[in-house]
Structure formats: structure tokens, C-alpha cells
Design a protein around this ligand. Sequence first.
Ligand code: HEM
Length: 166
Amino acid sequence: MTPQAKPHGFVTKSIHWISAGLLGYGYLKGLDSVSQLADPALLQFEITFALALGALFLLRLLWTKRVAGTTRLPAEAPRWEHMASRAVHAGLYVGVFGIVLSGLGIALGYVTPMLGGLFLTAMIGLHEVALAVLPLLLVAHIAGALWHKLARRDAVLESMTGPLPV
Ligand code: HEM
């Protein structure tokens, strides 16, 4: 029988699904133009949201690396699966931190004209690249989860969802 993945713990699962929800909200509610930052309440909300999302991902990184353990992919899984999983997970962290930091950079550039137009343009460019790349990584991440569910049947998807009826 294929070796089965051990479930992630309650804290890891909670952080995973809360951060997935926050990210989805961020994509749906994101701003269309820098000029919207002229509204001080909106500017403050965007900064708070970016700080909260960044803090949650940082917490998740520290929690899984230091306390709860990272992937539940069974050690016996093929080498290519280990490499693909590590690459996509690393990409997800880089993508999210890229969005958060460039977003904070945009806010900083907006309220600090001294930094100059080039700084703001660079931050907007970085933000757009990260916003475009992250969904591609998420498609790979979800395809990987489905691969484990449907082809490998090794309980890796269930490690993050809890047991699901077969
Ligand atoms: C339908 C959506 C999603 C599904 C089915 C899903 C499924 C999973 C599963 C099964 C794992 C555990 C993999 C393992 O133990 O190796 C995992 C881990 C992970 N997921 Fe998701 N996920 C989804 C959405 C997201 C979203 C929106 C993000 C946000 C970027 C995300 C980021 C991550 C990260 C970073 C890990 C690795 C955790 C770690 O080991 O540090 N996932 N996901």
C-alpha cells in the first residue's frame, strides 16, 4: 500500500486556511489605481491588511519550520515530488512576501514624495509581477494536491483538510 501522509496539526491547518481566505479577499478587494490611496482611511486599511497578511505568513513559516514540521509528503515519495513540492511552497512564500513588501513599498513611496517617482514605479512594477505570478503557483499547488488525492492516494491533500469522505 502507498505510504500515507500524517495530518498537519490544528494550528497549521488554521493558519493555512485563514491565510488562503485573506489572500482571496486581497485579490477580490485589491485597488485598481494608486490614486485611490488619496483616501486616508483606505491607505490605512491597505497598510494594516498587508502587515496582517505578512505577519500571518511569517508566523506560519516559523511555526512549520521550528515547531510543527513542514511537508507531510511521505519520505518514500519519488524525488521529483519532493523537489516540486519544495519549489512550489518556496515560491508561494516568495510570492506572498513579494506582494506584501512591494505593497508596503507603494504606500511608503506614496506618502514620501522625497523617495521620487522611480521608487514608486519600481514598487508598482514588483507588485504587479508578484500579483501575476502567485496565481500560477497556486494553480500548480492545487494541481499537486489533486495529484496526491486522485493519482497517488497518499493522504497528502487530507493532511491539510482533515479526513474527507472517499
Ligand atoms: C484549494 C486551495 C488549496 C489546497 C487544496 C491546498 C492544499 C494544501 C496541502 C494539501 C498542503 C500540505 C502539503 C504538504 O504537507 O506537503 C498545503 C500546504 C501549503 N499551502 Fe496550500 N492549499 C490551498 C490553497 C493555498 C493558498 C491560497 C495558499 C497561499 C499562498 C497556500 C499555501 C500553502 C503553503 C505555503 C503550504 C506549505 C506549508 C508549509 O509546509 O510551510 N495554499 N496546501
